[in-house]
Design a protein. Structure first.
Length: 95
């Protein structure tokens, strides 16, 4: 029962939209989802959250990685916009 109440609270907070804890949770969820998809090293990819908007910046090795990162971020609960500002660094295309 406690787990169900926690899930319901989490869902309400997501749809209520705001707060630093919400933004931190979305940031963590995006990074966790990228890692779970075997996205590769995340040391050059930055995730910022402003309200319900995720901003991706930094560098990735290929256009595929750039597109896929935005797709993954868009699937996170509570996200309604993704700004993909990632650069493709062709010198790192071995990843």
């Amino acid at each position: 029962m406690i787990a169900q109440e926690h899930a319901l609270f989490h869902q309400r907070e997501i749809f209520a939209g705001g707060g630093a804890s919400f933004e931190q949770r979305v940031r963590d969820d995006v990074r966790r989802a990228l890692g779970a998809c075997h996205f590769g090293p995340l040391d050059r990819l930055h995730v910022d959250v402003h309200g319900r908007c995720v901003v991706l910046s930094g560098a990735v090795p290929t256009p595929f990685h750039r597109k896929r990162a935005a797709e993954i971020a868009a699937q996170i609960a509570g996200v309604n916009q993704v700004r993909n500002q990632l650069d493709v660094d062709w010198t790192d295309a071995t990843a």
